[in-house]
Design a protein around this ligand. Structure first.
Ligand code: ADP
Length: 496
């Protein structure tokens, strides 16, 4: 029996999970940390708190598993993506807070670049679009706003990293400044084809090369975790951004396989194999991972408000006391009674990318009840995902055979039935729900010989339950068409 320690550094909490090599969980610990909102639209984290919570849950997870550090074969890291940290190479002290992926402070800069006609070339080089979401414009902001930072960066005194790099730096006590290809592909600075930093993008965004970490494979030795808190040197052997890690944890290894994670937002990724597929439908092209073979790619679509619409039913409208109750309330009516809820609370993500869209509820009549609203809310999660998958179908050459699903909201059976209905394709919930952390553990285990091959990993994958379409195709199509009309009405609402 081998044990793998996965660090899962998320947006609201740091978690650590000890996996046995059969993918069962031996120990787990989690700690939330502070969300900092200095101004509307700005979101920051204290990088020191990211580190302190992460290392303490790692120690706790080991002790809850009754294990000592020496029992761990390897360590894997998965993390919130795009979040940007710049620190002093000598002291390890951050020069500014972490600027979180949700932060919109660089929207104007992105809009200017877009207006200058740069987006097509940016997409060709990086697979991404010009949106404040990605790291590149956040790094630039730090260099432009922290006194002396740009000069120090040019002299090589500072280091930039996404959260994976920050953790690796501290785990190795400053010896290793590295990232993996999947995290690097979210920065706007990486060339998708070469899987290395792109000089033209560095020039466009004004980011000095001396700041950047070394780009490594997702599965391979990054260095030894030697921090005194870790207590025992073990190899850091797997690193991937959270959504790519979940794709790996779901064993979507062949082109055409895909997964959707239903958390706060929804993230749909489809493996496209060794060739990057450029989206013509406003999806993102991203690096899935690199193991022993060539770099592999994925198409990605993200919805900003997924499970969060259920939080809004609970905390905003107070229609339910727990997220779980949404299922019973929605199931108490046979349909939404013609109500559509477009949860564009933070604008719309893929494939619309409309920061000015706002939430809308349409089709309300005197007969509308709380149950109809709850049902419309769950349907909005499934319908947004169906829109993503439609865009993906147009972009990818292989059609998705079935959709593997995970994340907090996928416990909701009614939601997954709706999903199968609107996709008119099977939806399969995996037995392990901690697929993100598991993906990091798998990447680390693969690099250290705990697993001999990806085939061995995919033979471990188990379904918990399979949902097949029950709604006639005609009815699903009619509902989706009506939904699209509702989405149209929500667009551009916040524009003056
Ligand atoms: P994240 O990793 O983004 O924080 P999780 O994967 O933990 O999210 O999922 C939490 C989200 O799932 C919340 O937005 C919550 O409202 C939603 N959720 C949790 N349980 C259910 C449920 N049974 N039905 C619908 N939504 C749920």
């Amino acid at each position: 029996m081998a044990y793998l320690l996965a660090l899962d550094q998320g947006t609201t909490s740091s978690r650590a999970i000890v996996f046995r090599d059969d993918a069962t969980i031996a120990g787990i610990a989690q700690r939330e940390f502070t969300q900092i909102y200095p101004q509307p639209g700005w979101v920051e984290h204290d990088p020191r708190e990211i580190w302190s919570t992460q290392i303490s849950v790692a120690v706790e997870a080991l002790s809850s598993a009754g294990l000592a550090p020496r029992d761990v074969a390897a360590l894997g890291i998965t993390n919130q993506r795009e979040t940007t940290i710049v620190w002093d190479r000598k002291t390890g002290e951050p020069v500014y807070n972490a600027i979180v992926w949700q932060d919109r402070r660089t929207a104007d800069f992105c809009a200017d670049l877009k207006a200058s006609g740069a987006e097509a070339e940016v997409q060709r080089r990086t697979g991404l679009l010009l949106d404040p979401y990605f790291s590149g414009t956040k790094v630039r902001w730090i260099l432009d706003h922290v006194p002396g930072a740009r000069e120090r960066a040019e002299r090589g005194e500072l280091a930039f990293g996404t959260v994976d790099s920050w953790l690796i730096w501290h785990l190795t006590e400053g010896r290793v400044h590295a990232t993996d290809v999947s995290n690097a592909s979210r920065t706007l600075l990486l060339n998708l084809e070469t899987a290395d930093w792109d000089p033209e993008m560095l020039k466009l965004l004004g980011v000095p090369r001396a700041l950047l970490p070394e780009v490594k494979a997702s599965s391979g030795i990054f260095g030894e975790a030697s921090t005194p808190l870790a207590g025992w040197p073990f190899p850091i052997a797997g690193v991937a951004g959270d959504q790519q890690a979940a794709l790996f944890g779901q064993a979507c290894f062949d082109p055409g396989m895909g997964k959707n994670t239903y958390g706060t937002g929804c993230f749909l990724l489809q493996n496209t194999g060794a060739t990057p597929v450029m989206s013509r439908n406003r999806l993102l092209t991203t690096i899935a991972w690199k193991t022993a073979g060539p770099v592999e790619y994925a198409l990605e679509g993200s919805v900003f408000i997924g499970g969060a619409v259920v939080q809004w039913l609970r905390d905003g409208l107070k229609l339910i006391r727990s997220a779980e109750e949404s299922e019973a309330l929605a199931a108490s009516v046979p349909d939404s009674g013609g109500v559509f809820l477009v949860p564009a609370f933070a604008g719309l993500g893929a494939p619309h990318w409309d920061p000015y869209a706002r939430g809308a509820m349409l089709g309300i009549t005197r007969g509308t009840t709380a149950a109809h609203v709850a049902r419309a809310a769950l349907e909005s999660i499934a319908l947004q995902t169906a829109d993503l998958l439609e865009a993906m179908k147009l972009d990818a050459s292989q059609e998705l055979k079935e959709l593997r699903v995970d994340g907090g909201a996928c416990r909701n059976n009614l939601l997954l039935q709706m999903q199968a209905d609107y996709l008119q394709a099977p939806v399969v919930r995996s037995a392990v729900t901690e697929t993100t952390a598991l993906g990091a553990a798998y990447l680390a285990g693969l690099a250290t010989g705990v697993y001999k091959s990806m085939g061995e990993i995919s033979s471990q994958w188990r379904a918990d339950r399979r949902f097949v379409p029950q709604m006639p195709a005609e009815q699903a199509g009619a509902t989706r068409a009506r939904w699209k009309r509702a989405v149209e009405r929500s667009r551009g609402w916040a524009l003056e």
